[in-house]
Ligand binder design. Structure first.
Ligand SMILES: [Zn+2]
Length: 310
């Protein structure tokens, strides 16, 4: 992995949290990693709130996350983008893909999907193309699926190396517009990143399985994919990815943000001096920008530190 250290205004990175709760150690790692990759390349760093799925949004948490990022010394470029304000744009892309006959209506219920799947993929039943020639069932609610080719699609990840997937065999045609009327995450992410000129996607390894789908969407939309860097996952004591479920010990507070930043640097394989943890957040970030070694990031998941003891 090599990231050129020059003043390249063309590099654009981003952090895209979901407002489902406060920033925790895992999301801080993603924020810090994406920030350092972008800044080291002399690029811009954007912020996007992924409030695509209204029932999952926790009121107030988007503002809380922005405040927490500020407390950690982060400054983002340009206005914050909210997915909830971009539904018209997603709709426009759906119409375009539909006109090009890349999408088809699917009437399959969850039960029918399970029954028709030739085998289980990593993310559940593989869609066997049941409704490709027209919806088969009577169900009134229709999802829109993207036709995918029977072809191995590859992409290089700057941390994990080669990613490769045959979408048709391992996943099947996937949903871009859900039967409940909401847009799929895969669609929104790709359209947002294209519209914002994002050239570098740095995010947690929990999203690595989405990458080939997104690379294929770039192809459908006639755009080059960004470079990808997936960061190791921070695990809770139960070996699961940390989340709200793990309670307060993973949550950032104004009392622990500087120590958390220092720990996040360590988590990314960097070697900040011990005394740096006592400095202001902005100074810790400045040290990190100056000394960031992308090659030091390893792909292995590991336990998150307990922020309570900070
Ligand atoms: Zn179907």
């Amino acid at each position: 992995m090599y990231v050129a250290k020059n003043n390249n205004a063309a590099v654009v990175g981003r952090f895209a949290p979901s407002p489902t709760g406060p920033l925790h150690f895992g999301s801080l790692v993603a924020a810090l990693g994406s920030y350092l990759f972008a800044k080291q390349a002399g690029g811009r760093w954007l912020l996007r709130v992924e409030d695509l799925d209204p029932p999952r949004v926790v009121p107030g948490s988007a503002d809380l996350i922005l405040r927490q990022l500020e407390e950690c010394g982060f400054e983002w470029d340009g206005p914050v983008v909210y997915q909830s304000r971009r539904f018209e744009r997603y709709h426009q892309i759906i119409v375009e893909l539909k006109q090009r006959q890349l999408l088809f209506e699917c009437s399959c219920s969850r039960r029918e999907l399970v029954a028709s799947a030739p085998h289980l993929g990593e993310e559940g039943p593989v869609y066997p193309g049941t409704c490709r020639e027209g919806p088969v069932g009577k169900r009134a609610e229709r999802a829109l699926r993207l036709r995918v080719p029977d072809e191995q699609i590859e992409c290089h990840d700057g941390v994990f190396g080669l990613l490769s997937q045959n979408l048709q065999r391992e996943l099947g045609d996937f949903v871009l517009l859900r039967a409940d009327g909401y847009f799929a995450y895969q669609l929104a992410v790709v359209v947002d990143d294209i519209d914002s000129g994002v050239t570098q996607v740095v995010r947690g390894a929990d999203l690595i399985s989405s990458t080939i789908r997104q690379v294929y969407l770039y192809r459908c939309l006639g755009q080059p994919p960004p470079s990808y860097f997936h960061l190791p996952l921070a695990l809770g004591a139960d070996r699961e990815k940390i989340s709200k479920r793990h309670g307060d010990s993973a949550i950032l507070t104004s009392g622990n943000s500087r120590r958390a930043l220092w720990l996040a640097l360590r988590f990314l394989g960097q070697q900040p001096p011990e005394q740096l943890a006592a400095y202001q957040a902005a100074e810790i970030l400045a040290w990190a920008e100056e000394n960031f070694v992308a090659e030091a990031i390893s792909s292995g998941e590991r336990p998150a530190p307990d922020l309570d003891s900070c």
